[in-house]
Design a protein around this ligand. Structure first.
Ligand code: GDP
Ligand code: IMO
Ligand code: MG
Length: 434
């Protein structure tokens, strides 16, 4: 029995969906613990593509229990659409298979409106490039102690009271501060009454269920969203998301004790991508031939917003930050196949900022924007590797690249992914097997 946390080590989109799907095979419960439908997790099973924004990707296995923890924020309309889509694909989502924490906060229509209005009001260079899903404003309400929780859907009186108070305040900001449209109490109330009816059977106590599962000796998988550098405390603030994306939040965001976590697996893309604004030291700017090749070959378009992902070299300053901040016990290296055909590969080892050396991401965002990586270079490989199923069958230079990542980070790979499909994977060690 083991409890395993999976987190992104970079700026998101590392391939968490695929890796979680793989590890789900060995898990009984799969839990999301933070973020909302800003996440987009793509997995490919037998050539069929699935994209999840809010439901744990483990839902593809029929006999697993999926949970949405208190640390997640839920747009009920999006969740219901996702449920309907899965039902339509012959994967019935029943209350026995999906449990939603009563303590998870709801993304309300005014959160999305405020997200858009705030971004529009920011000048160039200050915009975050958010997904526009209402993430920041929803977490602000949570921390500001005025948020509406999933559990409030079960209590119409409390829901109405909270909605009324929020509408008054939000409409003040929307209309007076941003010159935007006001939100309608009546329309939201009616819409959410319908949501409540459909979601009520799914809402319950995730912490209690997880505790029961642990005591019964079940394997639990915690599925992170976003990535370490998007963490609200430890990322490239303010160009981050509004939740803690690192492993510590697996416990807080689900109601599970830290002493019961056995493994933390960091997903590391073999190069780096970032979607949205903000500093990215190892970026290969648009127009750079290698950057453009990685973008094209890696299919680097956002699963949520369809935006082009910025691409760059592997940055081990970022990786080592993730090792430290998450306490990583294993790495899952993804998209190694995308590097095939590059004659030389660069690996970022440290930064210089105005003559000063940094071994970690600078806390000062102005310095981060000026950070220039110091690279080491290694030889690449020509062969396509998506058909390889045994690590030892990889070209020597591909094996050396993986070994170099292990040596620099001090963390051994447990998975090497060589293509988007479930099958295109080399499992070196199963973190659920002690
Ligand atoms: P997530 O947000 O971390 O779950 O990642 P996304 O799903 O947003 O983006 C990762 C993309 O890479 C998806 O389209 C995956 O299907 C794809 N992918 C995952 N692993 C691999 C891999 O090893 N090779 C290739 N070529 N694609 C991969
Ligand atoms: P997954 O789980 C990549 C980025 C946005 C923006 C910043 C803040 O698929 O890895 P937000 O809407 O959260 O307030 O936007 O964070 N961002 C992501 N980038 N992958 C994600 O999720 C992301 N979720 C948010 O692009 O820069
Ligand atoms: Mg994604």
């Amino acid at each position: 029995m083991a409890s395993v946390v999976v987190v992104g080590t970079q700026w998101g989109d590392e391939g968490k969906g695929k890796v979680v799907d793989l590890l789900t095979k060995y898990a009984d419960c799969i839990v999301r613990f933070q973020g909302g439908n800003n996440a987009g997790h793509t997995l490919v099973v037998n050539g069929k593509k699935y994209v999840f924004h809010i439901i744990p990707s483990g839902i593809l296995y029929e006999d697993k229990s999926c949970m949405i923890g208190n640390g997640v924020i839920i747009d009920p309309g999006v969740l219901l659409e996702e449920i309907a889509e899965l039902n339509g694909k012959g994967l019935p989502v029943t209350p026995g298979r999906l449990l939603i924490s009563e303590n998870a906060h709801l993304i309300m229509p005014y959160h999305q409106m405020l997200d858009h209005a705030r971004e529009a009001a920011l000048s160039k260079g200050k915009k975050i490039g958010t997904t526009g899903r209402g993430i920041g404003p929803c977490y602000m309400d949570k921390v500001g102690r005025v948020g509406i929780k999933a559990g409030d859907l079960l209590d119409p009186v409390q829901f109405s009271e909270k909605l009324q108070a929020n509408i008054e305040e939000k409409n003040f900001y929307l209309t007076k501060q941003y010159g935007a449209e006001a939100a309608s109490f009546d329309a939201i109330k009616e819409q959410f009454e319908a949501f409540a009816e459909q979601l009520a059977p799914f809402i319950g106590n995730v912490s209690m269920e997880l505790d029961k599962a642990r005591r019964e000796g079940r394997n639990i998988l915690f599925e992170g969203a976003q990535g370490t550098q998007l963490d609200i405390d430890h990322g490239t603030y303010p160009f981050v998301t509004s939740s803690n994306t690192i492993a510590g939040n697996a416990c807080i965001g689900s109601g599970f004790g830290p002493a019961h976590i056995d493994e933390v697996i960091g997903i590391l893309k073999a190069y780096t991508t970032r979607v949205g604004e903000g500093p990215f030291p190892s970026e290969l700017p648009e127009g750079d031939s290698v950057g453009d090749e990685l973008q094209k070959k890696g299919g680097e378009f956002g699963a949520t917003t369809g935006r082009r992902r910025r691409c760059g070299w592997l940055d081990m300053v970022v990786a080592n930050d993730a090792v430290r901040l998450n306490g990583l016990t294993g790495l899952a290296i993804t998209k190694l196949d995308v590097l095939s055909g590059q004659p030389r590969l660069k690996i970022g080892r440290k930064y210089t900022v105005e003559g000063e050396a940094f071994d970690c991401m600078p806390a000062n965002i102005r310095k981060t924007a000026l950070a220039r990586p110091v690279y080491e270079e290694v030889d690449g490989w020509d062969e396509e590797i998506s058909e390889v199923r045994d690590f030892n069958d990889l070209p020597q230079n591909a094996r050396d690249y993986v070994k170099r990542i292990e040596d620099i980070s001090g963390v051994a790979p447990v998975i090497v992914s060589v293509g988007p499909d479930r099958e295109e994977t080399l499992l070196l060690r199963n973190p659920f097997e002690k």
